[in-house]
Design a protein around this ligand. Structure first.
Ligand SMILES: *[C@@H]1O[C@H](CO)[C@@H](O)[C@H](O)[C@H]1NC(C)=O
Ligand SMILES: *[C@@H]1O[C@H](CO)[C@@H](O)[C@H](O)[C@H]1NC(C)=O
Length: 195
């Protein structure tokens, strides 16, 4: 991938902002349960990581995008050192009159599909979904395929499916860093040849 806000960034923007789900989303496994089950209080879960990444990229896209009618840009300084929240980002960009409720639900859909990869019996024990058993090439080949399917789903306006597959893709991608020895080899950057 080239520029970090390239194709995938804009894809996220389309998924999150333009076509929000019309109904409430029921959480699959809230953060608290996945933490309790893994006995890893204080560690970062897949859900936290996914939500943070979506909020981060949304903020960056909003900074690059002038408001459609007011034409103003939002400033990064306003968010320095703060926990990113969907409501704050929306209020800064759109003003307080626009609710972030459906945006939050859309993020939850992606994050829950991500977390479900560790619980659903069709994916939890299969190494190809988790970069396990040294299946690096097979897992990445699968990710490239899922990436293509996410883009196809967006093009055919199947946004719910696209969000779910995006969550699944991000899960495997996150597992690359925790299940391979990439970090132990001293790498501090992302692996540019993945996905
Ligand atoms: C977004 O993520 C980048 C890369 O990790 C980081 O440098 C930046 O500080 C984050 N932005 C905010 C507002 O948290
Ligand atoms: C997975 O779980 C479903 C029910 O939740 C069950 O019907 C199915 O047999 C299970 N499959 C495997 C491979 O364990």
């Amino acid at each position: 991938m080239g520029h970090p806000l390239g194709c995938f960034g804009h894809l996220l923007w389309m998924l999150m902002l333009l076509h929000l789900p019309l109904r409430e989303v029921h959480g699959f496994f809230p953060n608290i349960w996945s933490r309790t089950i893994s006995f890893s209080w204080g560690s970062i879960t897949h859900q936290d990581m996914t939500e943070d990444a979506i909020l981060n990229i949304t903020l960056r896209l909003f900074m690059e995008t002038p408001h459609p009618t007011k034409g103003k840009h939002i400033q990064e300084e306003d968010f320095k050192g703060k926990t990113l929240l969907a409501d704050d980002i929306f209020a800064a960009f759109y003003g307080p009159e626009v609710s972030a409720k459906r945006f939050r639900a859309a993020i939850a859909e992606v994050a829950n599909a991500n977390a479900a990869m560790d619980f659903v019996n069709t994916t939890r024990d299969d190494p190809v979904f988790h970069f396990d058993s040294e299946l690096i090439h097979s897992t990445n080949a699968r990710l490239l395929q899922v990436r293509k399917e996410v883009l196809q789903a967006v093009r055919s306006e199947q946004y719910g499916i696209a969000r779910k597959m995006l969550g699944q893709l991000l899960h495997s991608l996150q597992d690359f860093y925790s299940h391979s020895n990439w970090v132990e080899l001293g790498n501090e950057e992302i692996h540019l040849d993945l996905v």
